[in-house]
Design a protein around this ligand. Structure first.
Ligand code: TXA
Ligand code: MG
Length: 324
């Protein structure tokens, strides 16, 4: 189906469309989501179709509060409740045992469902209005850059969905952290906007499998979050710039250090060296540089602290070549 995609702030309109099993792009604090009624199979099937997402990659279900969990999970372990208490609404997704109300399309055949309470007032209001949970992957086409501005959604999904609910720029900028809970430990499947340090404040063991080879876990398709332009992720901007001299290169930088090299365009993710600011700017900068018909984008690794861990994970999945 084709649409004239409208962008607007009309929550009632978004609710009406979702109730009719149409799809709406919704703002969250992490990235925009491509939302549909999680309890309606036709809506869920459309999400996979519009996103060109393989059916074996499950969706995150968004709710407005833990009182909505009843309808979608079999039970909520104490540790999961503690996590919701500490981090929700917020950029944390928790994998829980799925109830039969949620179609196995959502969970890609698994008996678990990933749930989160987004920290965005517009979307929380929308969730309260519709009263059903919303399944929503990031509102990009499969493997591409996640959208953090309405214009990013329009560029990728324009004509394919009727409505983009405009919530401005997403203030966190990279996707939620995805965790599972076991006996007395937290397993991080995808690093993200909630850092390992924050999780460990709960006083239980935190283990990360988000970069382990061979683990079947979220966000682990090898190429992901990627621009069309070849991305060179490097420990040394100067060396890489010399190696690729003669090409049209766009540079992403971080911090206030001087960079040498021949670049068509330079975009600084955070001059003050703040990883949170870098996360906020990351996907927008990638979109911008990807539109300039460059030969390469060079980007340095960011400091492995806080949200920087999640950023480096995304950059590694987006990179064509990693130069260590
Ligand atoms: O911040 C976010 O999480 C955004 C916003 C829109 O909420 N959503 C997002 O969705 O990043 P998506 O579909 O791009 O990534 C969700 C990841 C996928 O990699 C999927 O494999 C994983 O969550 N996932 C979903 N359900 C799962 C489950 N039951 N078990 C394991 N992984 C699951
Ligand atoms: Mg995604």
């Amino acid at each position: 189906m084709t649409f004239v995609t409208e962008t607007g702030k009309d929550i009632e309109k978004a609710a009406r469309l979702l109730t009719e099993a149409s799809l709406v792009a919704i703002p969250t604090e992490t990235v925009y989501g491509l939302a549909g009624n999680a309890l309606n199979e036709a809506a869920v099937a459309q999400i996979f179709e519009v996103k060109k997402r393989p059916a074996n990659n499950p969706l995150i279900v968004h709710v407005h509060g833990t009182d909505q969990l009843n309808g979608i999970v079999r039970h909520t372990p104490d540790l999961a409740l503690k996590l919701f208490d500490a981090f929700s609404p917020g950029p944390l997704t928790i994998i829980l045992p799925k109830s039969t109300a949620v179609s196995s399309l959502v969970s890609a055949g698994q008996n678990t469902v990933a749930v989160r309470i987004p920290d965005n007032q517009i979307t929380l209001d929308l969730l309260r209005l519709v009263q059903f949970p919303l399944a929503a992957p990031s509102a990009n086409t499969f493997m591409s850059i996640s959208p953090t501005r309405p214009a990013h959604v329009l560029a990728q999904l324009g004509g394919k969905i009727p409505y983009i609910l405009d919530g401005g720029s997403c203030n966190r900028g990279i996707e939620s952290t995805i965790v599972g809970v076991e006996e007395n430990r937290i397993v991080v499947y995808r690093s993200g906007a909630v850092s390992g340090t924050e999780l460990s404040r709960l006083g239980v063991e935190v283990v990360s499998v988000s970069n382990s080879a061979g683990v079947r876990a979220p966000g682990m398709f090898k190429k992901h979050y990627a621009p069309n332009t070849k991305l060179l992720l490097t420990k040394s901007i100067a060396e890489t710039a010399t190696m690729y001299e003669g090409n049209a290169i766009g540079l992403l930088t971080f911090g206030d250090g001087v960079v040498t090299g021949n670049f068509e365009v330079v975009r600084n993710l955070s001059t003050s060296g703040d990883v949170n600011e870098a996360a906020y700017n990351l996907y927008d900068a990638l979109f911008e540089l990807d539109n300039l018909s460059l030969d390469f984008i060079i980007c340095p690794f960011l400091p492995d602290c806080g949200i920087g861990v999640g950023i480096n994970d995304r950059l590694q999945k987006a990179a064509t070549i990693i130069i260590n």
